[in-house]
Design a protein around this ligand. Structure first.
Ligand SMILES: Cc1cc2nc3c(=O)[nH]c(=O)nc-3n(C[C@H](O)[C@H](O)[C@H](O)COP(=O)(O)OP(=O)(O)OC[C@H]3O[C@@H](n4cnc5c(N)ncnc54)[C@H](O)[C@@H]3O)c2cc1C
Length: 398
């Protein structure tokens, strides 16, 4: 076969770029748009809100190494790095048993040691500004705000719904959801806490619900305070001094909450899993497909592992290794175990630790003793929180 004939044959095998419509430009949809463009697709991205409202959410995210790897791959880590705060210690406390354990850098996989951090905290606004700025410069992405795009294909090859936990698209596609509401709600606020170390993140498991302190740099902490929803609402309505006094009473010894930087927000929580991820050309991704309790800071990291998987599959499609009609099946198979395992794990954590039942206290005693005695157990847990149940062989070979 001469050169021209061979070239013509290869050209025929390479599929044309996919046209992908993404509904929802939250952290999942925005990152997905960049990932799909990087994978050679033509993307249109829609959100029903304007940019000011999209940036205005007051949240901070704890990023794991899997999220960092994706940001690195998309050349986003470098512009983001001035805005992230790394933590080198994760302090875990069982308040019911008065037992504590620290996860340190030497509990990481060897391949992660070079990053010098167990994880990173980033503020929603800083993250989204960088994603939107990159999107606006990307010639492969059409970005439309204040746009309630329909969930139909139009001229696209694939529609991806990243429109969050109350997904309108999911409902319009008739996909049902498994919902397990918690009696607990969650209260979030940014607080200046004196006496706390900016390199340490805290997960304090209390009988009324977990309390996380995410260091955002300096003395600023994002407080994620779970408790029965009625208590959360009561606390959200407190005066500033009442709120700080109540918080002071449950913080570790020597921590003084000094200034409340914003009004606390209370919201209900639930574990939900969509019973199906779409059909041939339609796909649910991120919180439109799954939502977990915030304990362990897994929510956004799992959403971004969805993005990573879809990007990988589109790259395979471009190389002729996956057919277009098999994308959804391949995606569902690749994501099933991770999503289910993290959902069940976070649910169990909440149930076992928000509990005063004596046999469970005995179990917890053994678990925390094992964690504090064994570096291998700590390494395994950090690995699980980073990749879910996938990549087990990397931990064995590390
Ligand atoms: C009050 C609150 C506080 C939280 N705090 C934290 C925290 O402290 N730390 C943490 O890690 N996680 C937190 N989370 C969870 C975190 O916000 C989610 O994991 C993350 O936002 C999921 O991203 P997403 O893009 O999948 O969904 P979302 O962020 O919900 O984004 C969905 C997007 O779709 C858009 N949209 C919806 N319907 C349509 C439509 N019909 N057409 C077009 N666009 C549409 C919405 O405007 C939105 O921009 C919090 C969640 C809530 C609700």
């Amino acid at each position: 076969m001469d050169f021209h004939n061979r070239k013509r044959k290869t050209d025929l095998l390479i599929p044309p770029p996919l046209r992908i419509k993404i509904i929802g430009a939250g952290p999942t949809g925005a990152l997905l748009a960049l990932a799909m463009s990087r994978a050679g697709s033509q993307v249109s991205l829609y959100d029903s809100l304007d940019e000011e409202s999209l940036l205005a959410r007051s949240r901070a995210y704890a990023l794991t190494h899997s999220s960092r790897e994706l940001l690195d791959k998309l050349s986003l880590w470098e512009p983001l790095s001035p805005f992230v705060n790394s933590f080198t210690t994760l302090h875990l406390e069982d308040r019911g048993l008065l037992k504590k354990v620290n996860f340190e850098l030497n509990d990481l996989n060897k391949s992660h040691l070079k990053y010098g951090a167990i994880g990173w905290i980033v503020d929603h606004k800083s993250l989204m500004k960088i994603l939107y700025s990159r999107i606006s410069q990307d010639p492969n992405i059409l970005f439309e705000l204040l746009s309630e795009s329909s969930s139909s294909l139009d001229n696209n090859d694939l529609v991806v719904a990243a429109d969050g936990p109350t997904s309108f698209t999911r409902r319009s596609w008739g996909i049902r959801v498994f919902n397990l509401p918690y009696r607990q709600g969650c209260l979030t606020a940014k607080v200046i806490i004196r006496g706390a170390n900016e390199s340490t993140a805290h997960e304090i498991l209390r009988p009324e619900g977990p309390l996380a302190l995410l260091p955002m740099g300096g003395e600023i902490f994002q407080v994620v305070w779970s408790a029965p929803i009625s208590l959360c609402k009561e606390r959200a309505a407190f005066t500033t001094s009442q709120f700080l006094d109540q918080l002071a009473a449950i913080l570790p010894y020597g921590f003084e909450p000094d200034i409340l930087l914003e009004s606390p927000t209370a919201f209900p929580m639930r574990f939900s899993l969509s019973l199906g991820l779409g059909s041939r050309n339609k796909l649910l991704i991120g919180e439109s497909a799954h939502r977990f309790h915030p304990v362990g800071g897994q929510g956004l990291n799992v959403c971004w592992r969805d993005v990573q998987t879809l990007m990988h599959l589109i790259e395979k499609y471009n190389n002729g290794m996956v057919k277009r009609g098999s994308l959804l099946t391949a995606y569902s198979a690749a994501r099933f175990l991770d999503v289910l395992a993290i959902g069940v794990f976070t649910d169990l954590l909440v149930r076992v630790y928000s509990n005063r039942f004596f046999p469970l206290k005995v179990l917890r005693f053994f678990v925390i003793t094992l964690i504090s005695l064994s570096s291998s157990v700590r390494r395994f847990l950090l690995h699980f929180m980073t990749y879910g149940p996938t990549k087990f062989f990397t931990i064995l070979s590390d």
